[in-house]
Design a protein around this ligand. Sequence first.
Ligand SMILES: Cc1cc2nc3c(=O)[nH]c(=O)nc-3n(C[C@H](O)[C@H](O)[C@H](O)COP(=O)(O)OP(=O)(O)OC[C@H]3O[C@@H](n4cnc5c(N)ncnc54)[C@H](O)[C@@H]3O)c2cc1C
Length: 288
Amino acid sequence: MRSARAVAAFDLLTPATAEEALSALRSAAPGALAVLAGGTDLLFDLDDGRLASRTVLSLRRLPWRTLAWDGAALTIGSTLPLRTLENDPGVRTRLPGLYAAVRAVGSVALRHRATLGGNLGRSAPASDLIPILLALDAEVELVGPEGARTVLVDRFVQGSRKTALRPDELIRAVRIPEARPSAYLLQRVRPFHDISHMAVAVAYSPRRESWRVALAGFPPRPILVPEAGELLRGPRPSSAEVVRAAETAAQLAPIVADKRASEEYRRALVKPLLERAVRACASSGGAT
Ligand SMILES: Cc1cc2nc3c(=O)[nH]c(=O)nc-3n(C[C@H](O)[C@H](O)[C@H](O)COP(=O)(O)OP(=O)(O)OC[C@H]3O[C@@H](n4cnc5c(N)ncnc54)[C@H](O)[C@@H]3O)c2cc1C
């Protein structure tokens, strides 16, 4: 059980522009600055002594709490609170999988602080947001001293606490190229308290006429299972296709045990979760 001691004192920098924030990062010694968005992960790290840094660079004043639709594409500022994302009517109706995934994160109170940038920055194996971003083919916009660059979420996320982010870069936004039918389902013991033992995200692209299937909940990171997506055809796959895709995902995915669940239990969860997710997606009506 976590002790009730207070987080140790730290210096706080609160830049108002991206240039100021990047300049502070650039002039700090390696590991001397900890970047803070909502703080729901980072403050635990500081408390646990996991971070050597005693200077915190807060992103809260940056103009990145944005949400912008451009036709079928959605760009989400990295510091937008998840609760604001959840309350966008377009997200609920046009990206039902993203809506379900956001609502799976902790409690309403937590989502008032937690951000998408922080979820990607932490890159947890049981993240609820990374699998749906994988299924939606999302990309991460990074800014650094040399300007901006874009990385697919599948390349950005490399393992627990491991990402493609360079020490002098920040996550500015996440771009979802196309609103599309999608679904997210997870298995956990207690809502609000526990993270998933297994989670499945699926999305169907009407433009590409293809499915993407992602799994999460086990180390080292959420993954795509392309072989499963390729077995599904059209917006409403047949029952036989759904069963074959679910069996293929359960067999081929590199699922492992950890202290929270056995490999056998996790593999057994894939089939029912994936079958339900594909059916939910096929009838979700998420539209471009
Ligand atoms: C009680 C509790 C329940 C939780 N439940 C869930 C859950 O159900 N599902 C789930 O997925 N997560 C859960 N989490 C984890 C956490 O809330 C999420 O990962 C959240 O999205 C983190 O966002 P944040 O803004 O608070 O990140 P922070 O704590 O501020 O940052 C997290 C990491 O990302 C880095 N970072 C943040 N923003 C940026 C940026 N813009 N650029 C570069 N690096 C950045 C930070 O340096 C830090 O390393 C839970 C946490 C708690 C405490």
